[in-house]
Design a protein around this ligand. Sequence first.
Ligand code: NIG
Ligand code: FE
Length: 405
Amino acid sequence: METVDILIKNANEIITLKGPNKPRTKKEMSDIGIINKGSIAIKDGIIVDIGKNLNYKPKTTIDAKGKTVMPGFVDPHTHLVFAGSREFELDWKLKGLSYMDILKKGGGIVYTVNETRNATNNDLLKQSRARLDNMLSYGTTTCEGKSGYGLNTETELRILKTQKKLNETHPVDIVSTFLGAHAIPKEYKTEEYVKIVINEMLPKVKGIAQYCDVFCEKGVFTPSQSKKILEAGKSHGLIPKLHADEIVDTGGAALAAEVGAISADHLLMSNNKGLNEMAKKATIGVMLPGTPFSLMMKEYADARKMIDLGIPIALATDLNPNCWIENMQFIIQLACLNMKMTPADAVTAATFNAACAIGLNDTIGSLEKGKQADIIILDCPNHMFLPYHYGINLVETIIKKGIII
Ligand code: NIG
Ligand code: FE
């Protein structure tokens, strides 16, 4: 496949997301820069013009009459590389077992760690590539991927190298996060394992991962252990991220703001003080509504409140064996129907703010002159169809770096 110069014309709606090049907050989130009956000119994989009635005549023209054109989805929180599956846990969940009960019973993260340690490199690559293919077919053109199902130096590195290989060979771009502190492997006590993460793993992931994440949660890593790991990560050039306040409020939101994390993710249980700290520091709140959905929880994160507090909000799938979802359209549906985000808020959260959450907003996340041509065409007249017409794939055409996939 090669880059061709393209004119997309006649779109019923082009969602440009044009605006200041920083995470969007409050009312900015619903200002998505719509152009009606618009066109986009693409040359050498870059957007060279956008507006109405463009005078551009390349060989390839796409008539987007009646359709919606928008930036490809950016999924800023996934656990892409793992082996095996955990469909049997659903029966346990239906019997009322909680996420932590399942972990104690030998399911959960530790189960997937065993499967991942025992998988060959080739299997790991093949299984993860299939998920990446699904993501792309539902319109995700860039994602983040975390390690975290190795919990030993060798396997954590194998996961990050698998991800690097996928990034080099698959159209979807992947940003890598080291999540060695995802759970405590049964071989160690927590404090011993924290030392291994800091002294043995972190020096080796430098250069392969750009971000460092920790599962800060009651019964997993405490805020003080999380802080130690994130600070050590910073000394190796890794930018902090945090799984914060997913099940219990441990003060994760405040910790994320304090260490200068680019994002704090989950935030179901966060207290107001912590959320206000995040707003002050412009720490991005990554909402993962697929997780409470998979866990059949009644509560979702209070995205509406966070937007009103001035936290820039992004959306992600959290793709993992507990919450196996590659489809950002479904995440937008959950965000609107269960978290009271408006369709426009959700579009910003799934594109521009998501790009900010992985540091890629200079090149992707909006459709503006000079930006990379990562574009999707939806077979619907406007963006409000995204949360409205659910259960099907609305994405009709995917363009990645100017290549029609
Ligand atoms: O973000 N909470 C920690 N990690 C994942 C779940 C991982 C798993 O259950 O395998 C999450 O929800
Ligand atoms: Fe996660």
